[in-house]
Design a binder for this molecule. Structure first.
Ligand SMILES: C[S@@+](CC[C@H](N)C(=O)[O-])C[C@H]1O[C@@H](n2cnc3c(N)ncnc32)[C@H](O)[C@@H]1O
Length: 298
């Protein structure tokens, strides 16, 4: 057997590749928040996806030497992440929410709504009844909340609405991917204008980022459609119109579940005295709230 070439790369296993990829991401000082919160998890996502391995692969179990060409491809993907500063999901074309895979591309924001947690853990269920038949996912984006709602509540009909035809094209791929064409309709609508209801439940993760925060968004967030994020000076432009229009579009027992992220101060300033129920999620107790139709009309 000929001796190895003096400059041949040493054999690399999965653990070593992940350590190297993490170090390169760390050195690039990227922003996270589109499915992962740190360099190690982001490296694992990109490397395992590039190798065609499941995202829950245990590197200690998969300990063999990797094909050098596969190592090179994985590191090239890490460098695309660094050079473009695009969220990993745009590079892989896939994002996961509550264990469910979704197609994603730059036409729509990367799905990460905390409302998904509330659908999955049953927190919204006490507000529903046997009269809950029609659910609207307003600002549906890539359709992830509509899909999760249809999966969680098998007897309901869901409508996903969005102003963006591009986002709706992505939502269509996801509704079809999960075989939910008979349960979910998709609709182009500016707010509630084209979907008057009445709805028993409206889920809404709207654009709510205030102008000051928009001005300093990291590149990863600027890669997403501005329409999906920007909520005007105080982040409340869309929400003001929604809360004014919603009573006419909710059934008498209807409720609205609304994500507002870190905008509680702006929300309370815009709607003083409005009675809301905060629904705790992993990011905190004041990121998502529920409002009854009764409270909206009080
Ligand atoms: C924060 S994203 C949420 C997307 C998706 N529901 C999710 O959680 O991943 C907000 C969405 O609102 C849509 N949007 C913005 N303005 C709108 C309007 N006036 N009417 C309806 N949808 C709007 C955007 O196109 C975007 O898809």
């Amino acid at each position: 057997m000929p001796p190895p070439a003096p400059d041949a790369a040493p054999p690399v296993n999965l653990n070593q590749l992940l350590t190297e990829a993490t170090a390169r991401l760390d050195a690039a000082a990227l922003s996270y928040g589109h499915g992962t919160t740190n360099a190690r998890d982001e490296a694992a996502w990109l490397v395992l996806w590039s190798l065609g391995l499941p995202l829950d692969t245990d590197p200690d179990v998969h300990a063999g030497t990797l094909d050098p060409a596969a190592v090179e491809r994985a590191l090239a993907l890490i460098h695309r992440r660094i050079d473009t500063r695009e969220p990993a999901a745009y590079l892989t074309g896939e994002a996961w929410l509550q264990g469910v895979p979704f197609h994603i591309d730059r036409r729509s924001i990367v799905p990460r709504s905390f409302i998904a947690e509330l659908i999955a853990d049953g927190s919204i269920d006490p507000w529903l009844s046997d009269r809950t038949h029609r659910v609207l996912d307003l600002c549906t984006g890539n359709g992830s909340l509509a899909v999760l709602a249809a999966m969680a509540w098998p007897d309901i009909e869901v409508c996903g609405a969005d102003l963006s035809a591009d986002a709706l094209a992505v939502a269509r791929l996801n509704v079809d991917r999960h075989g939910l064409q008979d349960r979910i309709t998709l609709l182009e609508s500016d707010g509630l204008a084209a979907c008057p209801g009445p709805w028993d439940l409206i889920l809404c993760n709207p654009p709510y980022v205030n102008a000051r925060s928009m001005a300093v968004l990291p590149a990863e967030y600027r890669a997403e459609p501005e329409l999906a994020l920007a909520g005007g000076a105080d982040g409340m432009d869309f929400i003001r119109r929604l809360l004014s229009d919603a009573p006419a579009c909710l059934s008498p027992d209807g409720v609205l579940v609304l994500e507002i992220g870190n905008e509680r101060a702006h929300f309370e300033c815009a709607f003083p005295g409005l009675e809301v129920v905060w629904l705790p999620v992993s990011a905190g107790d004041d990121q998502v709230l529920l409002i009854t139709r009764e409270a909206l009309t009080a």
